[in-house]
Design a protein around this ligand. Structure first.
Ligand code: 26Q
Length: 743
């Protein structure tokens, strides 16, 4: 980075009469032009992250920070009378749904920061995840036109476009490269589909579901489109540099599959190696086996991808043939290894006219990893138990992490300076040293309380502006922000709030410290029960916030259009992080880590990375409740939620007794029925909401009591900050680099 050049040119920049968008584009372009060039070095081994989603959020502040010019830019602009915060009106790039997409962005950030060659491949969606609006408390979806202000951080590479062929059409994949700044400048290559109106459709929208296997032709086209472009790109670059010595391909390339969405890349690599370069099928499979690694992000049955053969054959006949040939090979290998018929049925890649993409991924991948210790255990003993028997060595755990640069340095400058004051600024580049903070905890409690109060005030001010709900800054802030899904149990939080509200009204709860519950979540547009939960919480918010008996002690706010930028404010201003998924179902969670870094205690179940969080920060500094995964396993089948109903009658029946209105949609009754009778193919209360509700409400009340000793509570919060180093994606990326990528 040529900082001097940047500074001089920024000082010379004429700002008068320019719109925010113009300034944004000019300053970004200036930073881009001063940054040293980036490219993939074909002479060394590179790792590639193939992902349908990269939820990068806003690039402006983060990139300037990584380039080391954020403070200077702030000052120079201030001299010109411009507040750097004006660029907050620039849209986030929401090219992802949630955890999986955000993880991809954190990984790129960490790898660049550590100087490791990791590059991303994905899709440049014309519209990202929908913008959420509320109409009468119901979610409505609006298109996310994220390029409205321009896209100064991307460079179009017209000369590197390539043709992607389907049986019924073709499309150009045009690369748009984004630099990822750090110690090293890496590359995120997003492909845009062009060539015809039909072609453009391929990269028009991000699929707005984070679980359902929608079985849509368009989704399959998207997956093949970018996977094939990436594989074609890597093969061409390899041949150019190293010739056709494909036995060396894996010495220069390792491809991480972010869940099964890009698994079709395996078939495409084998197709090109056999058809274009005339390798034998076994040799091509061998190259694939040495090159690919697979990460699983979910055990929810509805999220495991499978494709019907008819569908694949219709648009990708050669790929269908190759997947069948891989399946035959796998079956033969596993039969030789002594698998029974039943076991072969579990590992089948192709069975009864359907392709099972996770099985294809596990079979080919040199390593398979889960994203938290418990999740990896569940993969090994449940979902992939047969594979684990045959190929035990493949399975690894890689507990997720988040980039502490965006999630502390950038979003919580105040806390960062406080930490600097105690242990120096070294933790920013060497996160392991954050644990030195442990030595300073009791004496920094008062300063921490001040910082938290300041961040809380900023958050609540922002909420007031955006949502029109006023909350005093001395309230305890509880936050549950994440995609809306039944297994994440936002509904359980809603019931717990109602129980607290009822207790305040009838006097059974006394001495209650004023509290606000902040929700943020988008629901998949077609997910009816999730949408009903949003409406239900908005109804509760209306009632609670306007009740003169309680409104000075209890508030509820469902923030609209929760996204990365909103998250940056929420994690910094929160006291208590709500992570209450049914044990065994949240693979890891990463929001939990962002909150931990910012000094929120976790109120949660023993699920995903929560387990590791309390292991590091101490159970006594967090609030754990609810059934353990073993307990859930045990009671499954025999669980009758009606036994738990009497204890929670008032809260649960608020769904159907006329307390709240679902606007005549029947949504609330459907929620009630899902708890008592079961819904779709699910058992009654499939996610054990009523089972865990009592412990949840009691835990929230315990937190409330504990909070009145402010210093003691701040000490707990600080214990979380001081022991968060493990949850930096720097640590995670080092593990991937060492154990999987060998870069
Ligand atoms: C699949 C087929 C068709 C349409 C959509 C999908 C689809 C899309 C997105 C399936 C799954 C996803 C996303 C899953 C996801 O975000 N999982 C989360 O990954 C995080 C990072 O590892 C974990 O922390 C979370 O626990 C996990 O839920």
């Amino acid at each position: 980075m040529n900082t001097i050049n940047f500074t001089t040119r920024l000082k010379e920049l004429k700002t008068e009469g320019k719109t925010t968008a113009e300034l944004y584009n000019e300053i970004s372009a200036l930073a881009m032009s001063c940054a040293t060039g980036y490219s993939v070095n074909p002479a060394v081994k590179n790792a590639y992250y193939l992902s349908m989603e990269f939820l990068i959020g806003r690039s402006f502040y983060n990139n300037l920070m990584e380039l080391g010019i954020l403070d200077e830019t702030r000052e120079i602009l201030a001299e010109k009378g411009i507040d750097i915060n004006v660029f907050e009106e620039i849209e986030d790039a929401a090219l992802g749904n949630g955890g999986l997409g955000r993880l991809a962005a954190c990984f790129l950030d960490s790898a660049a920061g550590l100087g490791l060659p990791l590059h991303g491949f994905g899709i440049r969606y014309r519209y990202g995840l929908f913008k959420q609006a509320f109409e009468n408390g119901f979610q409505i979806e609006l298109p996310d036109d994220w390029q409205r202000f321009g896209d100064p951080w991307s460079v179009r590479r017209e000369e590197e476009k390539r043709l992607i062929e389907f049986a019924d059409m073709q499309a150009y994949a045009v690369p748009y490269d984004m630099p990822v700044f750090g110690k090293k400048v890496n590359r995120l290559r997003l492909y845009q589909a062009e060539g015809s109106a039909a072609a453009e459709k391929i990269s028009e929208y991000l699929y707005p579901a984070d679980d359902t296997e929608e079985g849509k032709l368009l989704r399959l086209r998207q997956e093949y489109f970018f996977s094939a472009a990436a594989v074609g790109d890597l093969l061409d670059a390899f041949v150019k540099k190293h010739g056709k010595s494909f036995e060396n391909f894996h010495k220069y390339n390792v491809i991480q599959l972010n869940d099964t969405h890009p698994v079709i890349a395996v078939a495409e690599l084998i197709r090109l190696l056999t058809e274009k370069y005339r390798l034998s099928f076994p040799n091509a499979v061998k190259v694939a086996k040495q090159t690919f690694a697979y990460t699983n992000h979910t055990v929810l049955p509805e999220a495991l991808e499978c494709w019907s053969e008819a569908l694949v054959r219709k648009i990708l006949p050669a790929i269908a043939d190759i997947m069948i040939k891989i399946s035959v090979l796998a079956t033969r290998e596993q039969t030789d290894a002594g698998c029974t018929k039943e076991e072969l049925a579990q590992t089948a890649i192709y069975k009864g006219g359907t392709f099972y993409m996770a099985n294809l991924a596990v079979y080919i991948a040199k390593t398979v990893n889960g994203v938290a210790a418990l999740h990896t255990d569940i993969l090994k003993r449940d979902l992939f138990s047969v594979f684990n028997k045959i190929y035990a060595g493949k399975f690894q755990n890689k507990t997720n992490g988040v980039t502490h640069r965006r999630w502390v340095e950038l979003c919580n400058k105040e806390l960062s300076s406080l930490i600097d004051g105690k242990i120096g600024a070294g933790w920013r580049r060497d996160i392991a040293s954050l644990d030195k903070l442990n030595a300073h905890i009791p004496d920094m409690a008062e300063d921490f309380i001040k910082v938290k109060r300041e961040k809380k005030a900023k958050l609540l001010e922002y909420i007031k502006e955006r949502e029109g709900i006023e909350i005093p800054p001395d309230f305890i802030v509880f936050s549950q922000v994440k995609r809306l899904h039944e297994y994440k149990r936002q509904l359980m939080t809603a019931f717990a709030i109602l129980e607290i509200y009822n207790g305040l009204k009838d006097g059974t709860i006394k001495d209650f410290y004023p509290s606000v519950f902040v929700f943020g979540a988008k629901s998949a547009p077609a997910y009816r029960r999730a949408k009903a939960i949003i409406k239900f919480i908005n109804e509760i918010a209306d009632k609670v916030n306007s009740d003169p008996e309680t409104r000075d002690r209890l508030k509820v706010v469902f923030v609209c259009n929760y996204n990365v930028s909103y998250a940056e404010k929420i994690v910094a201003g929160t006291d208590v992080s709500l992570q209450v998924s049914t044990a065994g179902l949240e693979a890891s969670g990463t929001g939990n880590m962002k909150f931990m870094f910012n000094g929120a205690v976790t109120c949660g179940t023993m699920d995903g990375a929560n387990i590791e969080i309390v292991e590091k920060a101490g159970k006594e500094n967090n609030y754990i409740f609810g059934a353990l995964v073993e307990e859930i396993e045990r009671i499954k089948g025999g669980y009758n939620p009606e036994e738990y109903l009497p204890a929670h009658k008032k809260a649960v029946e608020a769904l159907i007794d006329g307390t709240f209105s679902d606007g005549g949609t029947g949504g609330f009754k459907e929620l009630y029925d899902s708890l008592i009778k079961g819904a779709s193919w699910h058992a009654p209360d499939n996610y054990f909401v009523l089972y865990d509700l009592k412990g949840y409400t009691q835990t929230l009340l315990k937190i409330n009591r504990d909070y009145s000793d402010k210093t003691a509570f701040a000490v707990k919060q600080l214990k979380n900050v001081a022991n968060a180093a493990y949850f930096s994606s720097d640590r995670t990326i080092k593990e991937y680099a060492r154990d999987i990528w060998e870069i």
